[in-house]
Design a protein around this ligand. Sequence first.
Ligand SMILES: C[C@](O)(CO)[C@H](O)COP(=O)(O)OP(=O)(O)OC[C@H]1O[C@@H](n2ccc(N)nc2=O)[C@H](O)[C@@H]1O
Ligand SMILES: Nc1ncnc2c1ncn2[C@@H]1O[C@H](COP(=O)(O)OP(=O)(O)OP(=O)(O)O)[C@@H](O)[C@H]1O
Length: 285
Amino acid sequence: MFVSEKAPAKINLTLDTLYKRRDGYHELEMVMTTIDLADRIDLWSRDSRRITLESSSGLVPQDERNLAYRAALLLQQRYGVRQGVHIRIDKRVPVAAGLAGGSSDAAATLRGCNKLWSLNLTLRELARLGAEIGSDVPFCVFGGTALAKGRGERITALPAPPHCWVVLAKPPRSVSTADVYQRLRIHQIKDRPRTAAIVETLKKGDYDQMIQYLGNVLEPVTMSVYPDVRLLKERILRFGVKSTLMSGSGPTIYSLVRTEAQAKRLYNSLRGFCQQVYAVRLLGR
Ligand SMILES: C[C@](O)(CO)[C@H](O)COP(=O)(O)OP(=O)(O)OC[C@H]1O[C@@H](n2ccc(N)nc2=O)[C@H](O)[C@@H]1O
Ligand SMILES: Nc1ncnc2c1ncn2[C@@H]1O[C@H](COP(=O)(O)OP(=O)(O)OP(=O)(O)O)[C@@H](O)[C@H]1O
């Protein structure tokens, strides 16, 4: 049997850290939404319990360290599945970019193997399992737009943002999420995103209000370590875009614009000095 799943990237409309927990993780409040930039996960069932993996990208591990492999193994072990799977990842989402590419691959593998192995688990059950792999996996299991709390695993669905485009620019470096959180000093945070306000504007569907509330407390942390990320944002702001923010722990900087023509114009301007640029729609639902 064969199953194919889309694994879309996410962006953070907001990211706020409330406090550092005893287990070392940060208690979060963030609003995330999926975008139309996705990996494709193809899955073939095997009669033996073997799990194998291949990827179109040399930048991700092709063995048991891959988050998609870990997802299949966890599901297989937890539910005593006697079958195995061959996983093929067609990688389109930039790696270690703040776009949850690996988490989305893991989530898509959970959804796909659930079908392949006829387990009939609900998305909620898959999300609970996914939390054991990474903090972003539960959101990626559901996709759409959501408020995430706790370590990232407490998900409340939200309405999709108003129709718009997102232009992403990824500087030629990867960022360690653990390192960024470690450098964060919560008592030094100056500008917190207004989570309750953005949730309300999403309910109203007001684009102009929504872009006023974008915010990410990890942005100044990453930018202080990597000045090239700050420079990239400053260059984008000079094009007169008002809705520009770093996603997750970075280094990808995204800008929201209303029309395809604006997206194309910004894409062409950014291509002049940044190699990895993408112009896609927000999926959001
Ligand atoms: C930055 C975000 O992508 C925003 O969505 C997430 O918070 C990170 O999600 P992720 O990459 O799936 O994170 P994990 O793989 O669970 O954790 C990576 C590292 O980030 C730190 N971490 C992560 C989540 C969290 N709530 N607090 C943390 O301090 C921890 O040091 C952890 O070792
Ligand atoms: N399937 C996968 N796709 C991408 N990276 C993977 C995968 N499996 C394991 N990894 C490893 O995970 C690390 C983080 O990759 P990923 O692309 O998920 O980062 P990210 O976008 O910053 O994630 P997040 O936004 O969840 O913090 C990389 O170092 C990569 O080698």
